[in-house]
Design a protein around this ligand. Structure first.
Ligand SMILES: *[C@@H]1O[C@H](CO)[C@@H](O)[C@H](O)[C@H]1NC(C)=O
Ligand SMILES: *[C@@H]1O[C@H](CO)[C@@H](O)[C@H](O)[C@H]1NC(C)=O
Ligand SMILES: *[C@@H]1O[C@H](CO)[C@@H](O)[C@H](O)[C@H]1NC(C)=O
Ligand SMILES: *[C@@H]1O[C@H](CO)[C@@H](O)[C@H](O)[C@H]1NC(C)=O
Ligand SMILES: *[C@@H]1O[C@H](CO)[C@@H](O)[C@H](O)[C@H]1NC(C)=O
Ligand SMILES: *[C@@H]1O[C@H](CO)[C@@H](O)[C@H](O)[C@H]1NC(C)=O
Ligand SMILES: *[C@@H]1O[C@H](CO)[C@@H](O)[C@H](O)[C@H]1NC(C)=O
Ligand SMILES: *[C@@H]1O[C@H](CO)[C@@H](O)[C@H](O)[C@H]1NC(C)=O
Ligand SMILES: *[C@@H]1O[C@H](CO)[C@@H](O)[C@H](O)[C@H]1NC(C)=O
Length: 363
């Protein structure tokens, strides 16, 4: 009996592997949930060839990743040519952490079960033709959700941008809702509900109203973009309390007005990009702008600003792009930034090959 000559340690190993293997396969229930998602699709992009209930472990199915316990932890189906509805059954996968359904052609909306899931931390449904309103907070959901990243950008979501929803999203770090058709205001509850928020992109929507002064309560906010909306009013002073800001960007809202206050702007000394072009700002560029040492891009074009470019600006040694065109700036700007001779004699502090300088005056 050759079998008996196998060392016991090897037998143990076999036994361990044998015992361990059932635990690394997904459960019948998880299979059912995945197949329900598949059934909701009108075009599965060939997924059905791999997602088959024929005894295979669903951890092996295309786009499915399981954790060490064999539970489905990730569903990554970006750019798979999927069409049809997103079934809420995905939210029944209790260990699911990451969902990426970007670059597909779904119809219908985003199921609230996914947005308010008790396990999902990353939900990316960008570029997926979803429409309708973003789900409002369901009555039954009262405790904080684990969601950290929500990318709903470049869809066809419409209706009012929700406000109550964010009350249970204390863990949210990144929210990209750009390039949709949201209406209404930037909710004033946003930064009260989202203490961890570092990225907020609301560009290219139909938002109107004022910038809520509570945005200053987002102390971790690095990226704030809300360009190409219809937002009006002033930059509230509280926004300058968000001192982590690296991108402050509200271009092409048309109606934003007021003056850049020198005492306030210096508080944002982490700024890399200040983009307020295409609005109705007036007044001068404050001298204190020279203290924004990290500044790389300054866009103030198409406003109603005036005065001379302060000499302190030469202290912004990282400036690459300066766009001041279509304003009423006066004086000898060329002394500061010789843009007409930019090729042969670039302003020494405008560094980088891509440095551009747009100072053309219209008046
Ligand atoms: C199940 O289906 C897959 C994909 O078609 C195939 O590769 C596999 O051999 C099948 N397994 C069984 C046990 O039939
Ligand atoms: C989702 O997948 C796309 C590629 O299909 C990728 O570009 C994107 O970064 C992924 N999203 C997340 C949150 O990782
Ligand atoms: C969606 O946004 C998240 C967070 O900013 C990002 O990680 C992800 O790559 C984005 N997805 C796509 C397809 O760009
Ligand atoms: C948000 O998503 C859009 C694509 O939908 C992308 O172009 C943009 O860079 C993203 N915003 C941020 C801040 O990453
Ligand atoms: C906006 O979304 C559409 C799809 O809805 C996409 O084709 C377009 O590239 C997006 N634009 C940007 C700037 O991301
Ligand atoms: C928001 O910030 C202001 C100061 O700008 C502060 O007075 C207020 O207490 C903060 N609110 C919350 C809820 O943190
Ligand atoms: C432009 O600014 C000047 C002051 O510099 C002000 O008198 C004028 O009303 C402003 N025009 C508009 C359209 O805001
Ligand atoms: C900036 O440059 C000016 C001279 O243009 C200089 O007097 C000043 O001390 C510098 N520093 C700051 C923080 O403005
Ligand atoms: C531009 O500024 C000059 C003063 O430098 C002022 O006389 C003129 O009225 C301003 N033009 C506009 C259109 O605001």
């Amino acid at each position: 009996m050759r079998f008996l000559t196998v060392p016991p340690v090897v037998l143990h190993l076999f036994l361990l592997l044998f015992l361990a293997s059932p635990a690394t396969a997904c459960t019948k229930q998880e299979k059912r949930n995945l197949l329900q998602f598949l059934a909701g699709l009108s075009q599965d992009g060939g997924l059905a060839a791999s997602w088959r209930d024929n005894g295979t472990d669903c951890c092996e199915w295309e786009g499915v990743v399981c954790n060490g316990d064999g539970a489905v932890a990730e569903v990554s189906l970006g750019s798979k040519g999927l069409e049809g509805r997103i079934s809420p059954s995905l939210a029944d996968l209790t260990s699911l952490l990451h969902v990426n359904l970007s670059y597909n052609s779904f119809s219908g909306g985003l199921p609230p079960e996914l947005m308010f899931s008790g396990s999902i931390i990353v939900l990316d449904v960008s570029f997926s033709r979803l429409n309708g309103p973003l789900p409002e907070l369901p009555y039954l959901v009262t405790t904080d959700r684990p969601l950290q990243v929500l990318n709903i950008s470049s869809n066809q979501f419409s209706s009012e941008f929700p406000s109550a929803t964010w009350k249970v999203m204390k863990n949210l770090i990144a929210l990209n809702a750009s390039n949709n058709s949201f209406t209404g205001h930037i909710p004033s509850s946003l930064c009260i509900g989202l203490p961890s928020l570092a990225l907020l992109d609301l560009c290219y929507n139909q938002l109107s109203g004022d910038i809520p002064n509570t945005l200053g309560n987002c102390s971790k906010l690095k990226v704030l973009k809300a360009g190409n909306n219809h937002i009006s009013g002033i930059l509230p002073v509280e926004i300058f309390h968000a001192t982590s800001l690296e991108y402050l960007s509200f271009p092409n809202n048309g109606g934003l007005q007021g003056e850049l206050d020198g005492a306030h702007i210096v508080k944002l000394n982490n700024l890399l990009t200040l983009d307020l072009g295409g609005n109705s700002f007036s007044g001068t560029i404050p001298e204190s702008i020279g203290q924004l040492r990290r500044l790389e891009e300054l866009h103030l074009g198409s406003n109603n600003m005036s005065g001379e470019l302060p000499s302190t600006m030469s202290n912004c040694t990282n400036l690459k792009t300066i766009d001041l065109k279509i304003n009423n700036f006066s004086g000898n700007l060329g002394k500061q930034f010789d843009c007409t001779a930019a090729v042969n004699q670039p302003f020494p502090r405008v560094v980088g090959a891509s440095a551009s300088c747009l100072l053309a005056k219209t008046s």
